[in-house]
Design a protein around this ligand. Sequence first.
Ligand code: GUN
Ligand code: FE
Length: 424
Amino acid sequence: MKKVIFKGDIVFTPTKDKFQVHKDSYLISENGKVVKILKQLGNEYNDYSIKDFTDKLIIPGFIDLHLHAPQYNNIGLGLDKELIPWLNTCTFPEEAKFYNVEYAKKTYKQLIRDLWRYGTTSAVIYSSIHKDSTKLLMDLFIDSNMRGYIGKVNMNRNAIPELLEDTKISIEETEEIIFEYKDKSSLVKPIITPRFVPSCTEELMEGLGQLALKYDIPVQSHLSENMSEVKWVKELHPGLPNYSSVYNQYNLFGQTKTIMAHCIYNTEDELELMAKNQVYAAHCVYSNYNLSSGIMPVREFLDREIPVGLGSDISGGNSLSIPSIMCGTVQASKIKWIETNKRLKPLTSSEVFYLGTKGGGSFFGNVGSFEKGYELDCLIIDDSNICDVDKLTLQDRIQKFIYTGDDRNIIERYIHGEKVHKPL
Ligand code: GUN
Ligand code: FE
């Protein structure tokens, strides 16, 4: 049995309402999982190896619930359009390049190195429609010892010709990847990825829903990001009451574990269905700003106990940094508070920290916290350059790190108790 103890200043959020802090304490782990946290060590721990991070923060690794790997080269580009023109003119032409596995390899290596650098230990990722580049991304993730769900995109309508798939081939290739990767790695898993309703015919959605049920594979897609998009879905599916019901009709809405990115313009009925089916919302604040999409009413989701996590949504979003996204998420919630005449309360620091760790982490199982039985996925933070570690409380130190820290403060990363070295 692998027995390891991490010593330092431990901070996490078992619930969203407050930080749990343990100053100068010992995080006991066995076989990559958390056993307990102690203030003092007894003799029974003599045979554990100790990693001494005295005065450093020990926090859960960050979780990114939504990003597009083949958009990484476009980060920071083309952001003066709204969603649909942005997809057609910037995004689709870039994604079409990923038929070229060499191009994909260069981009995906850089993305993984940067995810590592920013302390993202788990990510839920869209690749492109291309089977070989998708497998490559999954293999690079496996080689890097990072945790991820990675999905080959499915799309067969309303795109540039290079990205329009034959329906049968799209479903067959998706099944091939599921078959090959569902048990290949404990950290990296396939996820079914219909791009969004306007990109997928009913026949394609039907086939993907069947695959999800057959292999019990999770699903990710986009929902109600932009007002023109919502209107378009209504035109495409006039017989159904709302956007969510299209996915729901085809078993792509919580029949297996599901993430929907954005969720800005959901109706009451849709929120109820998300709560009932426990569909995750991925809140992508920077993308929502950049593409003038709007501000998601996160508080409505939390009040209804709909699971929520944070997403970078590269390259609609312009930052991979989950702490930066946490900060932006609080700021957006304050504007929402004002916009709703102070009906929807702003998020607190502990709430956004929860969303970027345990909230999103729960999609992966026991990930994102240091409660007993959780995966030991953690970051070691040296915050001595941004605060006086002897004077500030741990609550203040974590807040300062979220607002003013950066990747240089992250000195080590662990997943399943193993140190993750700079990848690739
Ligand atoms: N909706 C469909 N595809 C996309 C995408 O690539 N990015 C975002 N932000 N929304 C989408
Ligand atoms: Fe997206």
